[in-house]
Design a protein around this ligand. Structure first.
Ligand code: ADE
Length: 358
């Protein structure tokens, strides 16, 4: 069966394939929730040093932890593969981390890949036939799987079987190949974009939520300990306030604060130092950066606060409208600084107030 003869194998945690690139204008923002290239690069995955490895170390997402903790315990007792898991929610909240934690809890390996890397049928076939019993296969951005890959996954998920086409034309037929019982962990920022046949094959479907301040503060303090940064509770809270509910951003901000502390020869990081360090990167007290403020300022100064169309705003900023909508707007909407109305975008009273007093 030529189809299984080769193909890139999914990489384990030290060689994670980078997720698809963020849109151009969004790259390089300190507050971009997508992982930056250097954060994904082998051999030292920068995020890896700070990732919790066990459920007990994973801060926040209490419902998710409870549900998955029960599933893991029950699965271990039955000595079976864990049911397939779909994790969805905004980027940077810990979907990959949770997949690695699950593997650790189950004592199995986790293969990591992303849908854009599974372009040819043999890519996914190669991964599936090489899985050992009860191993995890993590597919990031699973909503981007192509139809062929998706259809190969159906019998694989349901019956641990691959249905492969062999031969051509009138001699073409399907051959079934058994594979090891495994767990697919799918991750997506867009659960609604998944086809229902694929969604229906996941036994556990869980949403990750933005983190609250207290959890973020705890995450920052934990990361500071691991990075050997001496930082007090108030300073951790200042980082937490600026990270847009997202641990990945919190850890990135913390590294920038650490740089300033080390250059200034400061042994202890205070709230004032966090403020100073992050002001240097133009991240304000609520986690807005220059991109966000440019948008809000344009709305206020050129359009009296709106309503104004997305296309008009994008043209005024020299951004592409899709990027503005997908990357810049969500946090501003979530914070109530901006509203989407049928007549266009509207700057809220809170948005105006923030511009006066960032
Ligand atoms: N680092 C990033 N996310 C984390 C989490 N949820 N718990 C602990 N540390 C983290």
């Amino acid at each position: 069966m030529a189809i299984v003869s080769s193909g890139p194998q999914g990489q384990d945690r030290r060689g994670a394939a980078p997720a698809a690139a963020a849109p151009v204008a969004a790259r390089g923002r300190l507050v971009d929730p997508a992982a930056a290239a250097e954060e994904l690069q082998a051999p030292v995955l920068r995020e890896d040093t700070l990732r919790p490895r066990r459920l007990a170390d994973y801060i926040g997402q209490s419902e998710l932890k409870q549900v998955l903790g029960i599933a893991v315990e029950a699965t271990r007792a039955r000595d079976e593969a864990l049911d397939h898991v779909l994790l969805y929610g905004p980027p940077g909240l810990g979907k990959t981390t949770m997949a690695l934690v699950l593997a650790e809890e189950l004592g199995v390996r986790c293969r990591i890949t992303s849908a854009p890397a599974l372009e040819r049928p043999r890519d996914i076939v190669g991964l599936l036939v090489n899985l050992q019993p009860r191993e995890l296969l993590f597919i990031d951005e699973i909503h981007r799987l192509n139809r062929v890959a998706e259809e190969l996954l159906y019998p694989a998920m349901e019956d641990f079987r691959l249905d492969l086409m062999v031969g051509k034309g009138s001699t073409a037929r399907t051959r079934s190949l058994p594979i090891a019982p495994f767990t697919l962990v799918g991750a997506t920022t867009r659960a609604g974009a998944l086809s229902s046949p694929l969604r229906d094959r996941f036994g556990l479907i869980q949403r990750l939520e933005f983190y609250g301040l207290e959890d973020l503060q705890a995450i920052v303090l934990r990361a500071a300990g691991l990075l050997d940064v001496r930082l007090d509770g108030e300073a951790a809270l200042e980082v937490a306030r600026r990270c847009r509910g997202t641990p990945r951003i919190a850890n990135r901000l913390l590294r920038r604060v650490r740089d300033v502390a080390s250059v200034q020869g400061r042994e202890r990081v205070t709230a004032e130092l966090v403020h100073e360090a992050l002001s240097l990167h133009r991240v304000d007290g609520r986690g807005l950066d220059a991109h966000d403020r440019r948008l809000l300022t344009l709305m206020l100064e050129a359009y009296g606060g709106g309503p104004v169309g997305l296309e008009t705003l994008a043209a005024g900023l020299g951004e592409d409208p899709a990027t503005l909508e997908a990357v810049v707007e969500p946090y501003l909407l979530q914070q109530g600084l901006l509203q989407r109305t049928p007549r266009g975008r509207l700057l809220t009273a809170a948005g105006r107030a923030h511009l006066e007093c960032p």
